[in-house]
Design a protein around this ligand. Structure first.
Ligand SMILES: [Zn+2]
Length: 422
């Protein structure tokens, strides 16, 4: 985002705050356009400290991380924007600082820390930042060369120059009942946003190349709005955690745990014939022939039933192991159990067979043994302990002979909290 877009994000979120909070913070309104740009102002090592001090003598408090973190500041964090899970320490740190400032009646500090978080959200949702890898830029230039009148076009800077407004926002969502949970949930939503915002790159480039400025600006609005929503969620989560004022209904929603069917994995590996991803609530006919997705069906003691879950198919083994997997980062001490029901698709699998494996911190902790379409579905309930990742893996159990038919299903996969059903 350019600096105006970062300001729009912060102002859009502020205006959408519940009235009582907004009125209490109203004296800080003049800070909003600036604080949304703090990391850009102060992370620049070529800018002399005197210039930084002139903007805010306290800038080190907001923009420098304490020792023990992986980098000194946001823009030197050593992970790509595609690894949102690795940014959780940054979110945790700033969110905790914002909460501490609010509790200490330091409204100025509170708004500045939220501004830093808001800047990060703007960077996450900015489509041009998704091109920060040399290869992507090259491929994009090859797919969509600029017109001869724009031969110096820069695919990062010139794309980022288009300023979007912040559209209407939904009511704020509580990100978690602790800082750790909030950072984890936001990181997963950020990862979702990173992949969804890519859809604006090509149409925006086309609009710029056609000199349709209004259209380019219209396309810049959804990314700014998404960052505005995340900033509003952060504002309200920080205020709720700082004051301890958390409505029961919101607590209950979060206590239900997380449905992994609709949760973006931090990393995953599938065969390309399966479209490169798990199938929601179904299985994909193979070989791929344009046929519709088949609802997921498992065999139970009392008969065959349609289930909700993730349909997967282990890789053929052409380039690597005959397996497929989904990996999720886990927030420390938030979820206590993983539960699911697993089995092979009762009608599509034929002679196929596979084994389901659940790994915690990359070590197998649960194995189904070889499963076929004739077996009943198997329930899993696994303690998570202090694990930092969970991996749902399926491995071929027929030495590749039934590759096309190994339709495996993780039904109702959930991460549960202590207080939820066991
Ligand atoms: Zn930035």
């Amino acid at each position: 985002m350019n600096s105006q877009a970062h300001a729009n994000i912060m102002i859009g979120a502020f205006n959408a705050l519940p009235v009582s909070w907004r009125e209490a913070l109203e004296p800080q309104r003049p800070l909003l356009p600036q604080v949304g740009n703090y990391p850009d102002y102060f992370d620049d090592p070529s800018k002399p400290d005197e210039k930084k001090d002139a903007i805010d003598p306290e800038w080190r408090r907001f923009c420098l991380f304490p020792s023990g973190m992986e980098a000194k500041c946001l823009h030197h964090w050593p992970h790509s924007i595609n690894e949102q899970n690795a940014f959780r320490p940054v979110i945790e740190y700033w969110l905790q600082q914002a909460i501490d400032a609010y509790r200490a009646n330091d409204a100025v500090g509170f708004v500045k820390f939220i501004g830093c978080l808001s800047h990060y959200e703007g960077d996450v949702t900015q489509p041009a930042h998704l091109l920060n890898h040399f290869n992507y830029l090259t491929i994009l230039r090859e797919m969509m060369p600029p017109p001869s009148t724009m031969s110096n076009f820069d695919y990062h800077v010139d794309l980022e120059r288009v300023t979007g407004i912040c559209g209407p926002l939904e009511p704020a969502r509580l990100l978690g009942t602790s800082v750790v949970e909030a950072a984890w949930r936001l990181a997963a939503w950020n990862a979702q946003a990173v992949s969804e915002m890519r859809r604006y790159i090509l149409p925006t480039l086309q609009a710029i190349f056609d000199e349709r400025k209004d259209e380019a600006q219209r396309l810049a609005e959804p990314p700014v709005t998404r960052a505005g929503q995340f900033t509003l969620d952060l504002f309200c989560t920080a205020l709720r955690l700082a004051t301890g004022d958390i409505p029961e209904a919101e607590k209950e929603t979060l206590a239900r745990g997380v449905d992994l069917r609709v949760w973006k994995a931090d990393a995953e590996s599938h065969d390309l014939v399966y479209g490169g991803s798990a199938i929601l609530d179904g299985s994909r006919p193979t070989p791929p022939a344009g046929a519709p997705i088949i609802p997921a069906r498992l065999r139970f003691e009392d008969g065959i039933r349609t289930v909700r879950g993730l349909g997967v198919l282990p890789h053929s083994g052409v380039a690597g192991p005959r397996e497929c997997w989904l990996r999720y980062g886990l927030p420390r001490g938030v979820f206590t159990r993983f539960e699911a029901t697993v089995g092979m698709h009762s009608e599509e699998t034929g002679e196929g067979a596979a084994e389901f494996i659940v790994e915690l911190d990359s070590q197998p902790q649960w194995r189904s043994g070889r499963r076929t379409a004739q077996d009943w579905a198997m329930p899993i309930s696994l303690e998570l302990g202090a694990s930092e990742t969970i991996t749902l893996k399926v491995v071929d159990a027929n030495e590749g002979r039934t590759f096309w038919k190994n339709h495996a299903i993780w039904a109702e996969p959930v991460l549960l909290k202590q207080e939820a059903r066991s």
